[in-house]
Design a protein around this ligand. Structure first.
Ligand SMILES: C[S@@+](CC[C@H](N)C(=O)[O-])C[C@H]1O[C@@H](n2cnc3c(N)ncnc32)[C@H](O)[C@@H]1O
Length: 283
């Protein structure tokens, strides 16, 4: 089984054991439009299965991923979560609400940085970590430039996995309309955000998104002879289409905690021994 399917399957009992707490946390964060409970469970399984010693979160927003990573770190032990975002939502809203409920100890694996990701020297963050899970959930070319030219050369030498959010897999809906429905073709996420009613989404083969960074990510993966893996497709092929395994997951997880569609992809340079290619940094 490939990683996202294996993680859900192997960690199904851990998810079941923690589900009431995860559900309560998800409700406290109060932003299911950014990440619903099934997506929480899918990333919770990913962390428990990958067992990183460092989680780097790029893009915190209201803090769904922040909270679920911190809970996973508490469960695993010896995991540090470094969260980077320019948003103030965590300090202003989510953090104080969670401290009041959970007490300060629960936060000990977590360090919050409110900063532009492109300003961060990640060599100080990575330090002597050996196994890193990076969540890439801050969108746009500026962050992409910093990740691909500055962060990836350091991760390439270590065990790592990069989870990329906000991408769907067209193969999950083979009968979906391919029409533009009278819209312009996609021409950047800023244009999309300004006029979503008149701008189509971007399709590149299986990949369907509205955010910019998937273009340089696909380019980077091709140059480095690695794959951009679709989590939804691998869960479909390796878990959903295998009835015995699906039944085992469904037997312990209710419908809101397991979905075959969670809209993320992942890549790792550990798939290749090189030669590696990195873009120059923007100046
Ligand atoms: C989609 S939200 C993150 C959602 C979060 N991971 C969750 O699970 O709820 C993306 C966040 O990235 C932040 N962001 C975008 N570009 C950034 C940058 N250059 N530096 C820091 N944060 C950035 C945005 O402000 C926003 O809060």
């Amino acid at each position: 089984m490939r990683f996202p399917a294996r993680a859900l399957y192997e960690q199904r009992l851990a998810i079941r054991d923690d589900l009431a707490f995860l559900r309560e946390l998800c409700k406290e964060v109060g932003s299911e439009k950014d990440l619903n409970l099934a997506q929480w469970c899918s990333w919770y399984a990913a962390v428990l299965d990958f067992k990183p010693d460092l989680i780097i979160e790029l893009g915190r927003g209201k803090g769904n991923s922040t909270a679920l990573f911190t809970q996973a770190a508490n469960r695993l032990g010896d995991v540090f979560v470094a969260s980077f975002c320019k948003s103030t939502d965590w300090e202003a809203e989510t953090g104080p609400r969670l401290v009041a409920k959970l007490g300060a100890d629960w936060f000990s694996p977590l360090k919050i940085y409110r900063i532009g990701i492109e300003q961060v020297d990640f060599s100080f963050v990575i330090g002597d970590a050996k196994r890193i899970l990076l969540l890439w959930d801050a969108h746009g070319m500026v962050v992409a430039g910093h990740v691909l030219s500055h962060v990836m050369p350091m991760l390439a030498k270590l065990d790592h996995l990069v989870i990329c959010h906000d991408v769907s897999d067209n193969r999950m809906w083979p009968d979906a309309s391919r029409s533009y429905e009278g819209r312009h073709f996609w021409h950047g996420m800023d244009a999309f955000e300004k006029a979503p009613q008149t701008t189509a989404r971007l399709n590149i083969l299986w990949l369907n998104t509205v955010v910019d960074q998937f273009i340089p990510i696909l380019d980077f993966c091709w140059r480095n002879r690695i794959e951009l893996h679709s989590a939804d497709w691998e869960v479909k092929e390796d878990l959903v289409d295998c009835h015995v395994k699906l039944d085992a997951v469904r037997a312990v997880l209710p419908d809101d905690a397991f979905s075959p569609v969670t809209h993320w992809a992942y890549f790792t340079m550990n798939e290749s021994s090189g030669p590696w290619c990195f873009p120059a940094m923007f100046t």
